[in-house]
Design a protein around this ligand. Structure first.
Ligand code: ZN
Length: 203
């Protein structure tokens, strides 16, 4: 049976590059893939998934209230779909994660979701919470902190270059994200004394 996968990581871990490469591998073999990306902060019906190393592909948008099972089932009726890819999966609604599970279970199409596990305050995103709960296969995409330890957390730098400690879960605009290990994240968030602070983010 097809499975529902969740590849999760912090920012800048190369998730989108992995997604585009995996989709390309299917298409290279003559198979059809459907790509989705969050439309919450984009206009129009089609979007572009692009990675930092220059790969890109067109994708459909998903927004709150969309029925992803219905959309895929309808497409699958006239063109057989071999794999579904979802970028920015942290923005899925819980019920949309269940729709994706149903695509795997009832249409027998594998669904590969890629997204962030937690926000800058260390809280799960709604889509990630549901995926961690019900995905068949969880895969961590690794990236490292400035200290060399595995980065599992992310801080957000505001326009002033300072670490944001409060605010909305998602900020649109010029904010920059930096991936850190949990220890350095706690220091940057002011939750732990910087006993080995090596000065980088808030300097
Ligand atoms: Zn660190």
């Amino acid at each position: 049976m097809a499975k529902l996968y969740f590849h999760y990581a912090t920012m800048n871990a190369g998730k989108t590059t992995m997604l585009l490469q995996a989709s390309y591998n299917y298409r290279e073999r003559g198979m059809t893939t459907m790509l989705f990306v969050a439309g919450h902060y984009r206009m129009g019906d089609t979007g572009l998934i692009s990675s930092r190393i220059g790969l890109e592909a067109e994708a459909e948008m998903f927004r709150d209230g969309d029925d992803l099972f219905a959309r895929v089932a309808e497409h699958h009726q006239h063109t057989a779909v071999h794999c579904i890819f979802v970028d920015e999966a942290q923005f899925l609604e819980e019920k949309q994660v269940w729709q994706l599970a149903r695509i795997a279970d009832r249409l027998n199409i594998p669904v590969m979701c890629y997204g962030l596990r937690t926000d800058f305050q260390g809280k799960l995103f709604p889509g990630s919470r549901a995926l961690l709960a019900i995905a068949d296969d969880l895969r961590e995409v690794r990236t490292i902190c400035r200290c060399g330890r595995k980065a599992t957390m992310v801080v957000r730098l505001g326009p002033d270059g300072k670490v944001a400690r409060q605010g909305e879960q998602v900020a649109i605009g010029k904010d920059v994200y930096v991936s850190l290990c949990r220890r350095h994240w706690e220091e940057e968030m002011g939750r732990a004394a910087p006993d080995d602070f090596i000065g980088f983010v808030s300097g």
